[in-house]
Design a binder for this molecule. Sequence first.
Ligand code: AMP
Length: 143
Amino acid sequence: MSVARVLARKGHDVITVSAQNTLQVVAGILAIRRVGAAVVVDAHGVIAGIISERDIIRAIGESGPSVLDKPVSAYMTAKVFTTTPAASLASLMQAMTEGRFRHVPVLTNGALDGLISIGDVVKTHLDDLENEHRAMRDYIATA
Ligand code: AMP
């Protein structure tokens, strides 16, 4: 299974924020959109980082709620692991496990084209298993 097939199923929407946004604004966006991370982009849509709920919780835990007024740039991860539509889901699972992150932006010809979360990976995996089981049951029933 490829990243492209997952995106075809889930869509290409990506929630983006600017590095100048405050953590408070981003926390509000993550809550309303019911997602765990936003990709930080510059004025040209180029990836500048990624900020996840984990970064916000860590910042509050270390410095208190006043950090919510601070900019995303101070708490985002600037070195972002990205993937491409041609990549396999297996390689993505390995990267997520080794890198200990749950979100991976997808780039098509260098431009942001989607985001795969660990939830998408698990759902795809379960769907595949379900299809395999159904095919086996059908095969046994008709053999
Ligand atoms: P997550 O598990 O995605 O909530 O993120 C855990 C940590 O990894 C946070 O510090 C994120 O900023 C960071 N992170 C999330 N996704 C990525 C990614 N694709 N590349 C690099 N770091 C990431």
